[in-house]
Design a protein around this ligand. Structure first.
Ligand code: DAH
Length: 348
């Protein structure tokens, strides 16, 4: 073959532009295949006269490089466009994992509490976080000189005058018992409701106290509601929340808005009552306050205390969460550390 016709082949290879993979493959076979042009040209090398052999070899090599360059360029192009179209994708491959975030542990436990009480007929009520003196204190039987009203405990809100629909000076509510008053004022018995919400107290922040935390208030008002109803409701709650083997005990206590009042302990969830540092070796941990709603509180809310009676209870969601998930420091709830939050992945 003359150098001229090799030159034509080089030109042809360099300008080759296939429109399909098949066309490219035909080109490859024609030039680089076993019986292709290049093998043929290399085989003819020995027929070339010695003085022309060198330039012949260079030309053939140039053709080989040109053909290979075309093949590699288009092979890559076809592979890329295959990946970007659906037809070339393997739809059976597993999807990339998506990070789905988590519920905050306090949200998880609030939802669990709501769920447990809703199964025995309690609905959910809400109230404002900025509250007036009447709903947070007075209606709940707190005498004006009660220490809970003290500047040290309560965040008061400085306003020249409270808005018209508020009764008395404003503060951030110190407990969710204020919602109890609002519900009783607005709806006749029977009432069976729980009231979750954030509360605020002017306290130094430590592992066991914070200036804001969360509570769930619950109460039931009807004819002939008794202390036995309270006890059975709380036993049901404790066993649903902490397991069927959980025991409860009620200790006499004092709250201005309940009479009689009690605090409830559960058998320690960590040592199962044997004694550990969480329960201070007593086998019991306190989880809530409760009692029979004081008739004066019912009357403050225009409910006939001769006809109706009720029980109430209030618990801290942080405390329940700490016991349930063995969390030792309250501050971690508001630090937003994803290493902590990620441990609740998938829990609802
Ligand atoms: N409000 C109380 C507190 O913040 C908790 C409480 C105790 C609520 C007894 C109640 C109750 O409804 O009956 O400490």
């Amino acid at each position: 073959m003359s150098n001229n016709s090799i030159h034509t082949l080089i030109e042809e290879a360099r300008s080759f532009s296939p429109s399909s993979k098949e066309e490219l493959e035909q080109f490859r076979l024609r030039f680089l295949g076993k019986k292709g042009v290049l093998n043929d040209l290399f085989a003819k090398m020995k027929e070339v006269v010695p003085e022309e052999r060198k330039s012949y070899g260079l030309m053939v090599n140039e053709l080989k490089v040109a053909a290979e360059e075309r093949i590699n360029t288009f092979k890559e192009q076809f592979e890329q466009s295959e990946q970007s179209t659906d037809s070339g994708q393997d739809l059976t491959l597993p999807a990339y994992p998506m990070s789905s975030g988590t519920f905050h542990p306090l949200t998880i436990v609030r939802r669990q509490i709501i769920n447990i009480f809703s199964r025995i007929g309690f609905n959910v009520s809400d109230g404002p976080e900025i509250e007036d003196d009447w709903h947070n204190f007075s209606a709940l039987n707190f005498p004006p000189e009660h220490p809970a009203r003290d500047m040290q405990d309560t965040f008061f809100i400085n306003l020249e005058a409270s808005p018209a629909h508020y009764k008395g000076p404003l503060a951030l509510r110190t407990h969710t018992s204020s919602i109890q008053v609002r519900v009783m004022e607005n709806q006749p018995p029977p009432i069976r409701t729980i009231c979750p919400g954030r509360v605020y107290r002017n306290e130094a922040i430590s592992a066991r106290a914070h200036c804001f935390f969360h509570q769930v208030e619950g109460f039931y008002i009807d004819e002939k509601v008794s202390f036995a109803d309270l006890k059975q409701t709380l036993l049901y709650f404790a066993q649903e929340m902490f397991g069927a083997e959980t025991k409860i005990r009620l200790r006499p206590s004092y709250f201005p808005f309940t009479e009689p009042s009690a605090e409830m302990d559960i058998s320690c969830t960590i040592c199962k009552g044997k004694g550990c540092n969480i329960c201070k070796y007593t086998g019991w941990v306190e989880i809530l306050g409760c009692g029979m709603i004081d008739p004066a509180v019912l009357e403050n809310c225009k409910i006939d205390a001769e006809k109706y009676s009720g029980f109430a209870f209030g618990m801290g969601i942080e405390r329940i969460t700490m016991l349930k998930y063995s969390i030792k420091d309250l501050r971690i709830f508001s630090e937003n550390d994803v290493r902590f939050l990620d441990q609740f992945k998938g829990v609802r």
